[in-house]
Design a protein around this ligand. Structure first.
Ligand SMILES: Nc1ncnc2c1ncn2[C@@H]1O[C@H](COP(=O)(O)OP(=O)(O)O)[C@@H](O)[C@H]1O
Ligand SMILES: [Mg+2]
Length: 246
């Protein structure tokens, strides 16, 4: 059996029959505010704490802001600063932010160049740090830059094969506007990932319920359950018992 990598979230590990198969490139999809960045941060924090070098590449949000939000949300994660200090965990920006601010979509040829130079930077940084756990937050930023959806898929495939060659285990966040489970499952670009974890935000009469589901994970059997969660001081926390999720 392939080695497993913890997601950092114990119920999610259980749903994956012991974590993400090592070397998988996993999409974490959900609508804005549902907890993608924080879930991805928890993945890296727990892996860094266990001795695996981890990097979050932020394509949009200011890296310092990401760390500050994580510190605020996860007050029980006492080692964030120590892990950043000793280089086990790093949160980096990427240059494409300026391209987006400077006018957004351009010719696809030009955007290919931006995409390739950003992925080149990512690869270089992974090698320089010897990192094995990676987050790219969010890949949707790239999608906004590329007009043609086929080109976007091809560029995404290039990025995934680059990550695969570097033998890292990654979570790539994807912002989807839809709330519907059915339409989420069949986005064409989803087929390129080794795994897909969906975070839903479902409106109820006077409330909004967040829940998570594993839609796909190559290399393992996994749960078909949808598990409600909250974001609490000590991480992503399920609202149901961990028994019976597989
Ligand atoms: N300090 C906090 N305590 C509890 N929940 C928080 C805290 N800060 C943010 N959140 C929750 O996390 C959400 C943002 O999470 P984030 O991972 O940034 O979402 P996404 O990346 O999916 O847009 C907020 O909408 C809020 O519900
Ligand atoms: Mg986010």
């Amino acid at each position: 059996m392939r080695q497993r990598v913890t997601t950092g979230v114990s119920i999610l590990d259980k749903m994956l029959n012991n974590g993400i198969p090592e070397g998988n490139q996993v999409a974490l999809a959900g609508s804005p505010g549902v907890g993608k960045t924080l879930t991805a941060f928890e993945f890296l924090y727990k892996n860094a704490k266990a001795g695996n070098r981890s990097i979050l590449f932020s394509l949009e949000e200011d890296p310092d802001q990401i760390v500050e939000n994580a510190r605020d949300a996860f007050t029980d994660f006492k080692d964030i600063d120590a892990l950043i200090g000793n280089g086990m965990l790093s949160v980096e920006g990427a240059d494409i932010k300026d391209t987006i601010r400077g006018g957004g979509r351009g010719q696809d040829g030009e955007m290919n160049y931006v995409f390739s130079s950003a992925t080149g930077q990512i690869a270089q940084s992974i090698k320089a740090h010897g990192a094995t756990r990676i987050v790219i937050d969010s890949l949707t930023t790239f999608k906004l830059l590329v007009n043609d959806s086929l080109i976007y898929r091809m560029l995404s495939l290039n990025l995934l094969s680059l990550l695969k060659n570097l033998k890292v285990t990654s979570i790539l966040t994807l912002e989807v506007q839809t709330l519907s489970r059915e339409s989420l499952k069949y986005q064409p670009e989803f087929f390129i990932y080794d795994g897909i974890i969906a975070l839903y935000s479902t409106p109820e009469e006077r409330n909004r319920i967040h829940s998570l589901e594993v839609l796909k994970m190559r290399g393992t059997k996994h749960s078909f359950k949808t598990v409600p969660y909250v974001i609490s001081n000590n991480g992503i926390t399920p609202l149901i018992s961990v028994d019976n999720v597989l």
